[in-house]
Ligand binder design. Structure first.
Ligand code: ACO
Length: 375
């Protein structure tokens, strides 16, 4: 990199040091606080991973029990925030609802939002409450019974009850639990960077998460799995994959669920989710999406040499779990909130205002013309 050279999209720029997450883009590995994602996805739970990301070590059994209890206790939304959600039009994007609700929450609980080491309380509060916000909005707009408190349910089971319209099996809850583990953090992705930029001004935790939700909303980041499902519905049958994909590529369209800024090989999260897509499909006796996805993968690899990312298979799993498409990105947020807050806590401990520079390419010597004399 040459000094003063613009790195479009900050590609390859190392912006800060972090102990939280490492992506080995060439080796296809993802590490949370020293632990390989494949081990965590096979053996841990979302709550255990949340503890790991926040505290930097795996919890003991007692510490994990305490965290789970705490997350259950923190699920309730203040009436003032409920009133604000009630006023949001029923056809709004759930990501807009989430962003608005988190922003509103800051007004009702200012103590939890303060920057500093004590923000861990706010991190747990936001993680606990996001499923309740989603469940409150989704169940009302769908004319369903209000979300029950589910005091005995772990985070994945509670979240699934919030966003799905039917009871879940153990396998389905575990599938979501694994998806939450895989989405919990990913180094300096765009939304985490947005959260850290906000925190670096010594702004509060809830503002940082509000920035992050707005950033995750974009289709190049969090919204891709929703678009993958639209593509699969258009393809409809595995044998049509070749024709549909090649037509899109000929129009220079991007195929959602493929490519990554950091991974140059297959995203390890895609490998794990591919397996879960098959497992959930087999349990439902419905491999419709799985079969099309396998075919799409081979066409895209052949045509563009691109590998799947985390978004390729997640939508096929969520659909079988009964989750509506527009709640896919909110599910992502309900997991990534752990990574966002872990990074914000780290930012508060090693604070340095994030403020890059732009190379100015406009004029500098124009003559000001009074408004009445302009044509
Ligand atoms: N489909 C078709 N072509 C692609 C794709 C894709 N999905 N991804 C990259 N390419 C092509 C580009 O057109 C470009 O080709 P060119 O050099 O001939 O113009 C080349 O690969 C490099 O692409 P860049 O845009 O420079 O790569 P970048 O690192 O900026 O892109 C990104 C990363 C944004 C994820 C991209 O791969 C993409 O748009 N993917 C689809 C959206 C998606 O799946 N997003 C989810 C990402 S994971 C996450 O955020 C959770």
């Amino acid at each position: 990199m040459v000094e003063g050279e613009v790195q479009h999209g900050l590609e390859d720029v190392v912006a800060l040091e972090s102990r939280i997450c490492f992506i080995d883009g060439k080796g296809g590995r993802l590490i949370y606080q020293g632990y390989d994602i494949r081990d965590l996805a096979a053996q841990s739970t979302f709550e255990e991973v949340a503890y790991l990301l926040w505290y930097g070590r795996l919890p003991t059994a007692a510490q994990l029990r305490d965290l789970k209890d705490r997350l259950v206790q923190l699920r309730t939304i203040p009436p003032g925030v409920l009133e604000i959600i009630d006023r949001i039009p029923r056809d709004s994007s759930p990501m807009d609802v989430l962003r608005t609700a988190v922003s509103a929450l800051a007004v009702f609980e200012p103590a939890e939002t303060q920057p500093g080491a004590s923000s861990i309380g706010g991190a747990q509060r936001l993680t606990a409450v996001l499923p309740t916000i989603l469940g409150y909005y989704h169940r009302r707009r769908s004319g369903l019974e209000p979300l029950a408190p589910h005091p005995g349910a772990g985070h994945a089971a509670y979240l699934l009850a919030a966003v799905s319209d039917r009871p879940a099996t153990e396998l389905e809850v575990r599938a979501l639990d694994v998806a939450l583990i895989l989405h919990a953090d990913h180094e300096l992705n765009a939304s985490t960077f947005a959260a850290r930029v906000t925190a670096s001004t010594l702004s509060d935790l809830y503002s940082a998460v509000t920035s992050a939700i707005g950033t995750l909303k974009g289709p190049l980041h969090g919204g891709a799995n929703e678009r993958v499902m639209e593509l699969l519905d258009e393809i409809d049958k595995p044998e049509r994959s070749d024709e549909v994909i090649r037509a899109r590529l000929a129009r220079h369209e991007r195929i959602m669920g493929f490519g990554h800024r950091v991974y140059k090989v297959e995203d390890p999260r895609a490998t794990i989710l591919r397996d879960w897509s098959r497992r959930v499909g087999e349990a439902h006796n419905d491999l419709h999406y799985y079969r099309i996805l396998r075919e799409v993968e081979s066409v895209v690899h052949r045509e563009k040499g691109l590998y799947p990312n985390v978004d390729l298979y997640s939508g096929s799993i969520y659909t079988l779990l009964g989750v509506p498409k527009d709640l896919f990105t909110p599910l992502f947020a309900a997991s990534r909130v752990v990574g966002w807050t872990a990074h914000v806590l780290e930012e508060y401990q090693d604070l340095r205002l994030i403020r890059p520079m732009a190379r100015y390419i406009g004029p500098t010597d124009l003559t000001y013309t009074p408004i009445g004399q302009r044509s």
